[in-house]
Design a protein around this ligand. Sequence first.
Ligand code: F6P
Length: 319
Amino acid sequence: IKTIGVLTSGGDAPGMNAAIRGVVRSGISESLVMYGIYDGYLGLYNDKMVILDRYSVSDIINKGGTFLGSARFSGFLDEKKRLIAINNMKKKNIDALIIIGGDGSYSGALCLTKMNFPCICIPSTIDNDISGTDYTIGYSTALETIVQAIDRLRDTSSSHQRITIIEVMGRNCGDLTISAAIAGGCEFVILPELPYNKQELLDTIQCGIKNGKKHAIIVVTEYMCNTFQLAKYIENKTGRETRATILGHLQRGGSPVAYDRILASRMGAYSIELLLSGYKQHCIGIKNEKLIHYKIQDALTNIEKSSKYQLLKVAQKLY
Ligand code: F6P
């Protein structure tokens, strides 16, 4: 392997830039030629690639987003488009690809490996929804952002003796929700992996009101319900003013926290090691602070739930 391409794909996440930097500088230190591909798989298909040197990735370790750009390109499901993408890479003698992204990006990589193009995936999404890794790049920063938002909402919520519902991202994964609920000292949590009971929600709020609590904060994962309707329902049932806040895309931005920068740098360097050791269809994870690798296919199955039960038990004890 002499020439490697790197791209970021799917929803951006803080730390993606640090990961690109880790990949590019580690590749150059092994005397490899490094190509950056713009706009994810779309740029691969549109032939938007440039050679990167070590200075092309200066001053980005602290920056949110991804300087290579990202996209959700459903056209990549079409094998003919993937063939064009592979030919674009062959014209530049690119022998392998490093993909930084979430599960959609992993699916794209899996398709490429099935067409015999070597790929290594680095997990990066705020959702933390990739199986086999404790953390994905961007998750810790997003969590920090959410907790700061909860702290601010708590100030106004208690000043007005209101109930506040906060909707957080995560798609089908409640990791951001449950962790933010614990760190934010919230009263109730609703997440996709575990069932919840509306009466239990109302009882918890009523119990707090009876005991003189000035406010209640409820954290809910996106897509679980219509958050504004839930706020109306709670207001009607409890007689307490209730407000809903959808944090939305502000959760995706911002300077990555140190943990994400270090994780991204380690994973970036490891991806080059794996390619040079002959791995062609693998992804990287972190387990108990040790870097690991496993098949891309395995990352797309068996989402772990047991850790969420443990965290939910903690949250419930502290309501
Ligand atoms: O996967 C990351 C994520 O931010 C999810 O939490 C969210 O559901 C989705 O992306 C939003 O996607 P988009 O930015 O395309 O609207």
